[in-house]
Write a protein that binds this ligand. Structure first.
Ligand SMILES: Nc1ncnc2c1ncn2[C@@H]1O[C@H](COP(=O)(O)OP(=O)(O)O)[C@@H](O)[C@H]1O
Ligand SMILES: [Mg+2]
Length: 238
């Protein structure tokens, strides 16, 4: 049987009980501060635990933030980095970066693609997970056609290589039309948002599977724990 990948988040994996094939692509989008990076961290942790090599491209914050998140999740980051099982890539500080891996000049999509490919080529024959946090930051300066062209080519390559990919998008950064079209390139769609109905805002997560036609659109309430990450409320439906 083909190996499947999971998020490592209880309430979320139950929504996709059959798991995701390597080569699948996940889009995570939502408001700032809602928990996208926390979710990405848990996805990386799960990858490390099941033997994947994990690549995290940090575009919005220095990679040190993810390093610290993973430590909070009780991941032995240093050992994984030394073993080249975890590659934290700085696409934030550019030339000033003191990281071992960095992507400078993130304002060229072509250059980004070349550098991303080079990173992936460093790990031949390994089962890979790739996270870009966030891709929307990278795409700001480009027009719709350029974005969609970049997207199509990139995701096709990643699928061919069998890489389990999770791309983060911040809501409100890119044109809604572009986001909608782009979302159709992904196998799984995760939307995270704050509820607006109550005085105390709550966090909600919705899962959509575009390709299989099955769609679980029920918003699930969750909170963020410093040690366990995303924790769903017991009465998941709201
Ligand atoms: N390691 C952590 N422990 C506890 N809370 C955290 C941790 N990391 C982030 N948070 C909190 O979780 C929320 C979501 O953070 P984050 O995932 O970085 O948001 P996003 O990436 O969606 O902008 C923030 O309110 C932040 O304060
Ligand atoms: Mg973030």
């Amino acid at each position: 049987m083909k190996q499947k990948g999971y998020f490592g988040i209880d309430g979320l994996d139950r929504v996709i009980p059959q798991g995701m094939e390597y080569g699948s692509q996940i889009m995570v989008h939502g408001d700032t501060g809602v928990g996208k990076t926390v979710l990405a961290g848990e996805f990386l942790k799960e990858g490390l635990l099941c033997g994947d090599t994990c690549i995290y491209i940090a575009c919005d914050e220095p990679p040190a933030v993810m390093r610290s998140n993973l430590r909070d999740f009780r991941v032995g980051v240093q050992a994984y980095e030394e073993a080249d099982r975890l590659l934290l890539v700085d696409a934030y500080e550019e030339e000033e970066s003191e990281e071992r891996h960095f992507i400078a000049n993130q304002y060229s999509l072509e250059k980004f693609s070349v550098l991303e490919r080079m990173l992936l080529d460093r790990c031949p024959g390994r089962r890979l997970r790739l996270v870009v946090d966030s891709l929307s930051t990278l795409l700001i300066p480009f027009n719709q056609e350029e974005i969609l062209e970049f997207h199509r080519n990139r995701l096709k390559q990643l699928r061919k290589r069998g890489i389990l990919t999770l791309d983060v998008f911040v809501d409100g950064v890119l044109d809604q039309r572009v986001m909608t079209i782009a979302s159709h390139f992904y196998n799984v769609n995760i939307r995270m948002k704050f509820s607006t109905s109550e005085a105390r805002p709550e966090r909600l997560l919705q899962v959509g599977k575009v390709k299989s036609g099955k769609f679980d659109a029920v918003p699930r309430r969750f909170r963020i724990s410093p040690v366990f990450g995303i924790v769903f409320a017991p009465d998941v439906e709201v």
